[in-house]
Design a protein around this ligand. Structure first.
Ligand SMILES: Cc1cc2nc3c(=O)[nH]c(=O)nc-3n(C[C@H](O)[C@H](O)[C@H](O)COP(=O)(O)OP(=O)(O)OC[C@H]3O[C@@H](n4cnc5c(N)ncnc54)[C@H](O)[C@@H]3O)c2cc1C
Length: 445
């Protein structure tokens, strides 16, 4: 039986292992951390994630979407919390459309269980230290015993996340390996809203946002009826993690800025000072493969900032694309890998760009009446002319058959149209007129 080595039993490595095991490969996964199923530990990243249609398609491809739906909470739109304390609901799409809040740990544990049930072996506390790519031999140091082993295989997948050791090996051993990483000036910190009398403290079927211009707080529901909140905030500057450095300053700021959230956060002070402020990175690289011996997948190939909720979804889509290429090219791994990186690189770059752009939308524009008017015009036009206009959010989130790179280009074209429409005098009054519709149709050709 042909052996495949997967480095990293995170979300993408675990799903990939299911895909490969089902094809009859003998898959061995090496994970640096201890087995989180024995002692549920946070991955040091967000506690819950938004799963959307591209992710669901990845799960459906190996018949496990039903299992995961049991641990997912639908969020049908954004609940905007204004400074005045008022709230407004903005649906994410049509009534039947939703994104789903899932626990990162819960999902990862389930995927590892399913990977093992499908025949993959997962070894824990094994940190990849180096790789001989020619012979597809990976070396691992046991983080407990410090013993190093060499593990020869026929092929290696690096699914070891944004700070991938596998990618570093490719960088060190490949001529002309392009690599870039860029950090946002904002970081994130996780806070919590517990249940009140055994119930959700706010509407459960929504992603809550407190947009505040240059920064924002968001909250996603958990199965235990709590919410995990994430504060996206500058590291430095007048209002920043650096300046909110005492309980007094922090509480004063929170009370003035998130007045309706503070009473729901009894552990705010402990959460704020105990939880780290983590950084937000975009990583791009190329190539993603080495001959027929090795490939990068998930965040190891394309780490993006979380503002479109697509990092994991994109990684799951990598698995779908790889799987279809295995259908097409069989055991011709040279072709599988070449087509995989050529198809996926433009899409990885596109969602990276869209994700950075969506930060401004979430933290600022969702509270701007002019922006909301634009969305209303788009929604109306799209309903009347579905073949001519699919809103960008719908293309990215609910349209797994539209490539991210196509969504990006189409979104730019829509921006140009809407720029002109929003500049029409009196647009507030005639936004639903035939005249506006005609101009849009004319521009779209
Ligand atoms: C704040 C935040 C919010 C997010 N929200 C969303 C969201 O709502 N929706 C969404 O789709 N995405 C979201 N993401 C992105 C998502 O978390 C990632 O895209 C996803 O985790 C990528 O999965 P992965 O398996 O590629 O990497 P990871 O999940 O990072 O897994 C990599 C695994 O490799 C292991 N590993 C690392 N180095 C080694 C080594 N040397 N040897 C062996 N093992 C190793 C790690 O321990 C880990 O288990 C968010 C990210 C952040 C930071």
């Amino acid at each position: 039986m042909k052996k495949i080595t997967v480095i990293g039993a995170g979300l993408v490595g675990s799903l990939l292992s299911i895909y490969l095991s089902r094809r009859g490969y003998k898959v061995t996964v090496f994970e640096r951390r201890p087995d989180m199923r024995k002692n549920l530990i946070s991955a040091g990243k967000s506690i819950n994630l938004a799963l959307s249609d591209r992710g669901w398609k990845g799960l459906e491809g190996v018949g496990i979407a039903g299992e995961i739906r049991k641990i997912a909470i639908p969020m049908k739109g954004r609940m905007i919390h204004n400074l005045s304390g008022s709230i407004t609901f903005q649906p994410y799409g049509k009534e039947s459309q939703a994104i789903y809040s899932v626990s990162r740990g819960g999902l990862n544990c389930r995927l590892m269980d399913l990977a093992e049930q499908n025949g993959a072996e997962i070894l824990f506390d094994e940190r990849c230290s180096r790789i001989d790519m020619q012979s597809a031999t990976a070396y691992f140091e046991n983080t407990v015993t410090k013993k190093e082993i060499a593990f020869p295989g026929s092929r290696i997948f690096g699914a070891d996340g944004a700070f991938s050791a596998a990618r570093l090996q490719m960088q060190l051993s490949t001529d002309r390996f392009s690599y870039s990483q860029s950090y946002l000036e904002h970081g994130y910190k996780e806070l919590s809203i517990p249940p009140v009398n055994g119930k959700f403290a706010m509407e459960e079927h929504a992603l809550h946002i407190w947009p505040r211009g240059h920064f924002m707080l968001i909250a996603l529901p958990n199965l235990d009826k709590s919410f995990t909140c994430t504060l996206f905030f500058p590291f430095e500057g007048a209002k920043s993690f650096a300046t909110l450095d005492t309980p007094g300053k922090m509480l004063e700021f929170f009370r003035a800025t998130f007045p309706d959230a503070v009473p729901l956060m009894p552990t705010l002070e402990q959460d704020y000072f105990r939880n780290p402020a983590s950084s937000l990175v975009t990583v791009k690289c190329f190539p993603w493969t080495y001959g027929e011996k090795m490939a990068l997948i998930g965040d190891a190939a394309h780490a993006i900032v979380p503002f479109f909720g697509q990092g994991m979804n994109c990684g799951f889509e990598d698995c779908v694309v790889l799987d279809s290429l295995m259908d097409e090219h069989g055991e011709d791994w040279n072709r599988v890998f070449r087509d995989y990186e050529n198809l996926r690189k433009p899409d990885g770059d596109a969602i990276a760009e869209l994700a950075v752009g969506n930060f401004t939308e979430m933290r600022d524009k969702v509270a701007d009446p002019f922006f909301l008017l634009r969305k209303k015009i788009e929604a109306r036009f799209s309903e009347k002319h579905p073949g001519k206009w699919i809103p960008l959010y719908t293309m990215v989130t609910y349209s797994p058959d539209i490539r991210y790179s196509v969504a990006l280009k189409e979104g730019q074209r829509q921006d140009a149209v809407m720029h002109r429409i929003m500049a029409m005098p009196g647009i507030e009054k005639r936004w639903d007129s035939e005249e506006v519709e005609k101009v849009m149709l004319g521009m779209l050709g």
